[in-house]
Design a binder for this molecule. Structure first.
Ligand code: CP
Length: 346
């Protein structure tokens, strides 16, 4: 290097002072991507849940500085090619709180509308040196195919009706937080809990990721909904299935209502919204079948008074906004773990 031709080597970023030793933080984590919960072991899921509390603490700092420099100098790109409020904002905030540079690309404001392929879009983003790419896409398997071909860490933020892994992780974290408080046991897990998931199971990536996650953590999952919205053979995932809401709610520690996609009515999978409400709405009447302590959860966005009564969504047992708050810390934990995963052999 000489003065006329300065080095174009990247500027070395000093190791942040509050960065814990990598091995200690990683807890044996070796994955470069988060594509789905199906691939994860119980230990890997628990690593994410165990790393997240340090990021809850960052968000609750009294000093007002709710940031740590763990991803300083890294670029996180949110590639959201389907609508999203919670997940997109949560990832963006999580990346900012880790001090990363962030960019958000949405379908309508990108060259995807001009017909550019997903691989080409990502190749161009990577030419600008992205480190982590968060992808939401309508195509099931999109995150996997990107992870196979690209160098950035890929995080699946929802792919078609396949998986929504960060939703399941933040849900499990929220449940575990409440179980630990309720039982006054800081080590309590989800083993033996009964979780009722109600609604359109067939089209729900949230349901699929939650089934994998909750069963791996030892919970008993019962699925409930109209037969037309229940995949044939879903019992093979180790769950119980019923079309009776009363039966599903009996003994449930967690009642998880899914968003009913009203467009399903057009494809005749729902007899009518009125009929769905009569049989499957989680409300004060149907909740008489559930224990007093049952938590009410929903991934959002809620169709108020369709799958979930508004007073229950806003009521004392609802932890829906806690899910959203915890989502930032859980996503910080995931990005931190992935960014510190070992590099593949050259
Ligand atoms: N829960 C969830 O995925 O919400 P968004 O579609 O708003 O991201």
């Amino acid at each position: 290097m000489n003065a006329e031709h300065p080095s174009i080597e990247p500027v070395a970023v000093a190791a942040p002072k509050d960065r814990a030793p990598a091995e200690k933080v990683r807890g044996g984590w070796t994955r470069r991507h988060l594509v789905g919960i199906e691939d994860l072991s119980r230990e890997e899921i628990e690593t994410v849940l165990d790393v997240a509390p340090q990021f809850i603490a960052v968000q609750q700092r009294g000093s007002g500085i709710k940031k740590v420099p763990l991803l300083q100098g890294r670029l996180v790109v949110n590639l959201f090619l389907e609508p999203s409020t919670r997940t997109r904002v949560s990832f963006e905030l999580a990346a900012k709180r880790l001090s990363a540079d962030t960019l958000t690309v949405t379908a309508s404001a990108s060259s995807v509308v001009k017909g550019e392929s997903l691989h080409d879009t990502l190749a161009n983003i990577e030419a600008m040196h992205s480190d982590i790419v968060v992808i939401r896409h309508a195509y099931s398997g999109s995150a996997q195919i990107l992870a196979e071909r690209h160098a950035s860490h890929i995080i699946n933020a929802g792919d078609g009706s396949h998986e929504h892994p960060t939703q399941a992780l933040l849900d499990a974290f929220t449940i575990r937080q409440h179980v630990r408080k309720y039982r006054e046991d800081p080590n309590a897990g989800l083993d033996g809990l009964r979780v009722a998931i109600i609604g359109d199971i067939t089209h729900s990536r949230v349901a699929r990721s939650n089934i994998w996650c909750l069963t791996k953590l030892g919970a008993k999952v019962v699925l409930c909904g109209p037969r037309t919205l229940m995949p044939a053979g879903i019992e093979r995932m180790g769950v119980e299935v019923t079309s009776s809401l009363q039966e599903a709610l009996r003994g449930a520690d967690v009642v998880y209502a899914l968003r009913i996609q009203v467009e399903r009515q057009a494809s005749c999978l729902l007899p009518s919204i009125r009929e769905y409400i009569r049989l499957y709405r989680v409300d004060s009447d149907s909740l008489r079948n559930a224990p007093e302590h049952a938590l009410i959860m929903h991934p959002g966005p809620i169709n108020r008074d369709i799958e979930l009564a508004a007073d229950i969504a806003d009521g004392a047992r609802s932890v829906i906004l806690e899910q959203v708050s915890n989502g930032v810390a859980v996503r910080m934990a995931i990005m931190h773990l992935l960014a510190n995963s070992p590099r593949p052999a050259a």
